[in-house]
Design a protein around this ligand. Structure first.
Ligand SMILES: Cc1cc2nc3c(=O)[nH]c(=O)nc-3n(C[C@H](O)[C@H](O)[C@H](O)COP(=O)(O)OP(=O)(O)OC[C@H]3O[C@@H](n4cnc5c(N)ncnc54)[C@H](O)[C@@H]3O)c2cc1C
Length: 306
């Protein structure tokens, strides 16, 4: 018998979807490859009732609670390929045993590409953050840098000004990526934000801590925290599957049903949006699961299988 739904990815979106479908008595296989987007973070913040929870604990509690639903199966393996069509997909897993499913829900997250700056990778998630709501409170009042990266140049001013709410000591590093307008300079100056336009060549201090940002001319600017938005890419499975992406590289999903450009394949979580947070991903997982459940139940009833 095929599974009703194959969920690919066991982060917040996949786990939330599995809970919704399990409670709806559907047969679910959730496969998770392991590495997750917030792997380097020690705590999750800004998640109501779970503020400060370690990411491993978040996943463990979710799995413990899913154990109450006997038709939800979890396997720690990657999904290597998916073929077939709506109603009869076949997935090859890491253990190479193919499984069948009526629907597929992609919850594979995004991969952050580390910036090619000396010292960036080892500080990501420790002294370099992407979201002030997630990690700003713990370091508020310190000197923060904001490193403008490819893709963030168009909205760098609004983001820099937003950081001013957490600390009056913000330094912007444009890394040679932005031509500052008169209005940029006026707004940043009004908030007392310093701007350095030279390329950034290194991040210094005893890793994973940060003490300074080094510029191409050798100048070191003291900073204990840096915010950055490195470019992101889809996992290989999503790229080879051929679902349509938007102009920023996120999977196009119907706003209501969460169905992708491939009939019967749905998507929820970070891979569909730049609005990336645990609760946002969970909400999309619940929405996708509920919408899949509606049409799957109809299908099963008409087949006489329910
Ligand atoms: C450093 C850092 C810190 C963060 N801190 C916070 C925070 O404090 N609060 C907050 O709200 N948000 C935070 N976020 C954002 C948050 O982690 C994400 O928005 C959230 O994890 C997205 O959930 P998701 O389920 O879409 O994807 P993910 O959590 O990335 O999960 C995707 C899963 O899919 C699996 N997968 C991928 N491909 C396959 C495959 N082919 N087969 C099987 N499995 C596969 C991956 O292994 C992974 O486990 C942080 C992000 C980063 C980078």
């Amino acid at each position: 018998m095929p599974y009703d739904v194959l969920i690919v990815g066991g982060g917040p979106s996949g786990l939330a979807a599995a809970l919704t479908l399990g409670r709806a008595t559907k047969g679910v296989l959730l496969c998770d490859a392991g590495p997750r987007r917030n792997a380097s973070a020690t705590r999750i913040h800004n998640v109501v009732t779970r503020d400060g929870t370690p990411p491993d604990a978040f996943r463990r509690i979710a799995r413990e609670q899913l154990a109450a639903y006997p038709r939800v199966e979890i396997r720690d393996t990657d999904v290597r390929s998916i073929s077939g069509e709506r109603g009869s997909f076949v997935a090859v897993l890491g253990d190479e045993v193919p499984v069948e499913a009526r629907r597929v829900l992609l919850c594979t997250g995004m991969i952050d590409e580390m910036l090619p700056i000396d010292g960036f990778r080892e500080r990501w998630g420790h002294a370099i953050y992407q979201c002030p709501f997630c990690h700003g409170w713990e370091v508020k009042g310190q000197r923060w840098g904001y490193l403008v990266s490819p893709g963030s140049a168009s909205h760098f001013r609004a983001f820099a000004l937003q950081l001013h709410g957490w600390t009056r000591d913000v330094v912007v590093f444009t890394d040679g990526r932005v031509d500052l307008s008169a209005e940029d300079r006026e707004h940043l100056a009004a908030a007392g934000i310093q701007v350095h336009t030279s390329p950034v060549t290194g991040l210094r201090g005893e890793a994973p801590r940060l003490s300074a940002v080094e510029l191409a001319d050798g100048t070191k600017i003291a900073c204990t925290v840096v915010f950055a938005h490195p470019p992101q890419r889809q996992v290989d499975l999503v790229r080879t599957l051929g679902v349509a992406l938007d102009d920023q590289g996120y999977v196009r999903a119907d706003p209501m049903s969460r169905e992708s450009s491939i009939s019967g394949v749905y998507a929820a979580g970070d891979l569909t949006t730049r609005m990336q947070a645990v609760t946002a991903a969970s909400a999309l997982g619940v929405q996708a699961a509920a919408m899949i459940n509606v049409e799957l139940t109809t299908e099963l009833v008409l087949e006489g299988a329910l």
